[in-house]
Every structure is written in structure tokens, then in C-alpha cells.
Design a protein around this ligand. Structure first.
Ligand SMILES: C[S@@+](CC[C@H](N)C(=O)[O-])C[C@H]1O[C@@H](n2cnc3c(N)ncnc32)[C@H](O)[C@@H]1O
Length: 162
């Protein structure tokens, strides 16, 4: 785990909020949010069996299974019935995958998104603008000798100031 990177992602999260983390892998981000950022509760999905099992194991190890639900599946699909969460988190994936995951969800039931693309951040920024969302905050981090942006995006078009 790159601790600095996880901390940077989680610094975008307002304490005491709820989240849905897509592509959770080892569930490092949910565990950090529940333990250090007072997240009320959380949901996460993972498309592959191995990482899904790692997530379940790590969450149980930290005794967080009563505050966290993880489902095996593609993107938001396993939690499409949710009414609302404060944050949708998609980090460590490529821009096209991030955009597909968001666009495939009919119901945009989150207020904000924390996104980190491993490639083509320009395309991600254009997509944000085209959809009338706006970037509230961003952090530049160095990961394996590569620079990546973590973006916090407001989903509420009414408060769009750009
Ligand atoms: C590089 S890891 C990033 C893990 C974590 N999000 C982070 O930022 O540290 C990407 C994870 O996303 C999962 N993944 C890829 N596409 C997905 C999708 N459509 N739905 C759910 N999980 C997905 C992969 O199996 C992998 O475990």
C-alpha cells in the first residue's frame, strides 16, 4: 500500500460522511476512512474474486464488517439501489473505465466524487466540464515515478460556479 497516496485520497473526504468505493481491491481506502475519518458507513465493489476476498478479509481483520458492505460486481451495479451516499470514490483506474462506470449508472445518487485516473487526466477534466460538474479541489501526487491528480468533483449542477 502507498500510504501517502491513500492519505491524500482520504484527505478529500469530509469527516462523518458516507461513501461508495468502486474497485476497492484490498479495501485500504474504506478502512482508512472508517478508522481515521469517522466515516459513518461505507459500501464498496470489486470486479475480481481475488481482490474481493482480500477486501472482505481486511475489513474483518479491522472489525469493520458492521460498518461496511462489500459486493462482488461491475462498477456501481451491485449498489444501484442505494438512495444516497456523500462520496463516490473511483481511484487507481484509467479515465475511460472511470467514465464508463459513472455513465453506466442511471441514478447519480452521490453528492461528490473523488476520482484519480492512472492516465489521460485531460480527458477526465473535459468530461467533467462537458457534464457541468465542477472540480472543487485537487491534489497532485507522485506514484511509482508518475504524477497523478486526485480530483474532488461536485455533482450538484445547481452550485456550478464555472
Ligand atoms: C489498481 S486497483 C486500485 C485500488 C484502489 N481503488 C486504490 O485506489 O488503491 C484497481 C481495482 O479496481 C478493480 N476494478 C477494475 N474495474 C472494475 C469495475 N468495473 N468494477 C469494480 N472493480 C473494478 C480491479 O479489479 C482492481 O482491484
Amino acid at each position: 500500500m502507498n500510504k501517502k497516496r491513500v492519505e491524500a485520497i482520504c484527505s478529500m473526504f469530509v469527516e462523518g460522511s458516507t461513501f461508495l468505493d468502486i474497485g476497492t481491491d484490498h479495501a485500504f481506502i474504506p478502512i482508512f476512512l472508517l478508522k481515521n475519518k469517522h466515516a459513518i458507513n461505507g459500501f464498496a465493489t470489486e470486479i475480481h474474486q481475488g481482490p474481493f476476498e482480500n477486501a472482505i478479509k481486511n475489513i474483518k481483520y479491522h472489525n469493520l464488517d458492521h460498518r461496511m458492505e462489500v459486493k462482488l460486481g461491475n462498477g456501481i451495479e451491485p449498489f444501484k439501489h442505494l438512495q444516497s451516499v456523500d462520496y463516490l470514490i473511483i481511484t487507481g483506474l484509467g479515465t475511460s473505465t472511470i467514465i464508463d462506470i459513472i455513465e453506466n449508472s442511471k441514478n447519480k445518487f452521490w453528492d461528490r466524487m473523488i476520482l484519480e485516473s492512472t492516465n489521460d487526466v485531460v480527458k477526465l477534466r473535459k468530461w467533467v466540464k462537458k457534464n457541468n460538474y465542477y472540480i472543487e479541489d485537487e491534489i497532485l501526487i507522485k506514484e511509482s515515478n508518475k504524477y497523478n491528480f486526485i480530483l474532488r468533483i461536485n455533482n450538484n449542477r445547481k452550485t456550478n460556479v464555472k
